[in-house]
Design a protein around this ligand. Sequence first.
Ligand SMILES: C[S@@+](CC[C@H](N)C(=O)[O-])C[C@H]1O[C@@H](n2cnc3c(N)ncnc32)[C@H](O)[C@@H]1O
Length: 360
Amino acid sequence: MTQRPTAERHIPVMRERIVELLAPALQHEGAVYVDGTLGMGGHTEAILAACPGAIAVGIDRDTEALTLAGERLAGFGDRFVPVHAVYDQIPQALAERGIREAHAILFDLGVSSLQLDESERGFAYRMDAPLDMRMDQSQGQTAADVLNTYELRDLEVILRDFGEERFARKIARALVAERDKEPFTNSARLVELLQRVVPAASQRSGGHPAKRTFQALRIEVNAELSVWADALPAALGLLPVGGRIAVLSYHSLEDRITKRALVAGSTSSAPPELPFELPEHRPWLKLLTRGAEKAGEAETALNPRAASVRLRAAERTRDTGAGAGQESAKPLRKGGADRRNPSEIAGNTDETTTKMGENP
Ligand SMILES: C[S@@+](CC[C@H](N)C(=O)[O-])C[C@H]1O[C@@H](n2cnc3c(N)ncnc32)[C@H](O)[C@@H]1O
């Protein structure tokens, strides 16, 4: 593990824009900022510095991230409250601390550069390591479990939908044949297989042959899409009028879930046959971004991770009563991996999603 100070190990994506969007909701004494994906605390550091009256509750499912962020944010004293939780548990985590609303909430989805850097955690395809990929290493199935136990069809679906991998069927078949010889344990053997199976022409044009498969496994192991589909409506329900939310997504299905929820809240729900709009049909969110914003070229040149980011933000404009935002929640299976059809998780929709690229 590298010994560089935490602040130097991670550049928060679109940091200035996030502060610009969220700080207006955090200018009063006692304002509550929730960082749903604390990571190494880069965004939280910027928000605490810009909003002197605010406290920050930093949530992460990765205990190592909480430790490093705690060191980075120690100077803010008790204005920073670390919480070990999965982000679909934010309302409960706040309630346990006597907090009922959050004036600004940020989600910077996906894997952190810390997790990619820590070779032994198996997220990075460039280093040989046990195939783990759990963000919370205290529980759940590993990437090796997925590779060694999933049926051929399930492997193909996660590679195609979570990895946006054109050769999903070919790879899934090769994985099953290979694991029948000996179960997978380490990433090097998986990378070798992918180098053999992904056609050379595609390797020349499509980047490293392992990156899409590694992304797919990570999303599956951490049930990232179904947890996100649960977490977002719950978070929206915590915003008071004037409260703001910002989401940085790196995968088209994550962004689709975000877009659907924010667009639904910012659109009248009046049935078309009604000649007038009842108060309860009025939009309750105002979009703060036009479509999805991207990082600028200068940032992308410095930080490759920023290349695939899409930012969406919104402000609550009216109260909808208890559990606001829950109207877009869908019943989802808890605690497991994303075994449902991904379009079911992200919502069936005609809208086309842009291919956003994979995390580096
Ligand atoms: C991209 S990093 C966040 C970086 C952070 N914005 C910063 O400035 O350092 C994403 C973090 O979210 C955490 N995470 C991902 N999914 C999570 C979930 N479902 N619940 C809680 N934390 C999660 C990861 O462990 C990781 O540390």
